[in-house]
Design a protein around this ligand. Structure first.
Ligand code: NAD
Length: 261
């Protein structure tokens, strides 16, 4: 199915690893021109090289998402070089699991900056270009921890809940201007980011996978498939939504083992 993304310009943050990496590759496979952004320049180069070697169009744009100035420079570079910005996908983020009462103020600020300020900085930088074009799509990444509570993820969850609210505000405020804003809520996706946490538990990946009603951890490609649809005209009337891509783990309440059949 042709999603009509050929030639569209997309910025993807966190593109050097996991979900961002898979999305950069998938958008390029759909014909988009991918501005792959991250702070990990070595891994970013690998992704861009992989896309270009496969015949896709991509270039790297180093930007720390916690810096409003760097996000503005990234958007300005893309608009100058490509003439437009069609899609912004805010993927960069990460958790630092800690009991709430042990979290330092500095850690709290770091988590909020990485997961919430980052999205505002990206949105703020991208909107003027999209308004001028009269169209644009913004996707952001929340988490199950932004929908419901996860022990040890209070600050991360608060930031990710803020992302949902921020994206709904953008959808409502700019819908008439041709701009859509939607949020993807990944379940447990088997990425380097999740592995770093799961591997602190014995047999962590397998045990977590068994808790997912669909019977497995997700893959970064599971998110990429949904992201290209959300960014496409096939989703033209989908705006202000939160889409769980989670094998139903967010849909589930705990039970005394009755679901083990
Ligand atoms: N993997 C999951 O199970 C899962 C679940 C829910 C939500 N998420 C969210 O999905 C997103 C991607 O997760 P992932 O598992 O692919 O992560 P990952 O750790 O594999 O990759 C994250 C990428 O973000 C980059 N990054 C970190 N700090 C940055 C900064 N300040 N500026 C720019 N780039 C920065 C890293 O270098 C890395 O390349 C995150 O927002 C995460 O919170 C992931």
């Amino acid at each position: 199915m042709d999603l009509g993304l050929n030639g569209k310009t997309v910025i993807i943050t966190g593109a050097a690893s996991g979900i961002g990496r898979a999305c950069a590759i998938r958008f390029a496979q759909e014909g988009a021109v991918v501005a792959a952004s991250d702070i990990d320049d070595d891994k970013l180069r690998d992704v861009v090289d992989e896309i270009c070697a496969a015949g896709g169009r991509a270039f790297s744009g180093h930007a720390d998402v916690t810096s409003a100035d760097q996000m503005q420079r990234l958007v300005d570079m893309v608009v100058t070089d490509c003439g437009r910005l069609d899609i912004l996908f805010n993927v960069a983020g990460g958790a630092q699991p800690l009991p709430t009462h042990t979290m330092s103020i500095a850690d709290y600020h770091r988590v909020i900056a990485l997961n919430l300020h980052s999205v505002f900085f990206g949105v703020r930088a991208a909107l003027p270009a999209m308004l001028q074009q009269g169209r644009g799509t913004i996707l952001s990444t929340t988490s199950g921890a932004g929908l419901n509570a996860v022990t040890g993820l209070a600050a991360y969850g608060a930031a990710k809940a803020g992302v949902i609210s921020l994206m709904k505000s953008v959808a409502v405020e700019y819908g008439r201007a041709g701009i859509r804003a939607n949020t993807i809520s990944p379940g447990p996706m088997d990425t380097p980011g999740l592995r770093a946490w799961l591997d602190t538990y014995p047999d962590g990946a397998a045990r977590y996978g068994r808790q997912v009603p669909s019977g497995r951890l997700g893959t970064a490609q599971d998110i990429a498939s949904v992201a290209v649809f959300l960014a496409s005209e096939a989703a033209a009337f989908l705006n202000g939504a939160v889409i769980p891509v989670d094998g139903a783990i967010h849909a589930r309440l705990a039970t005394p083992g009755l679901d083990d059949f």
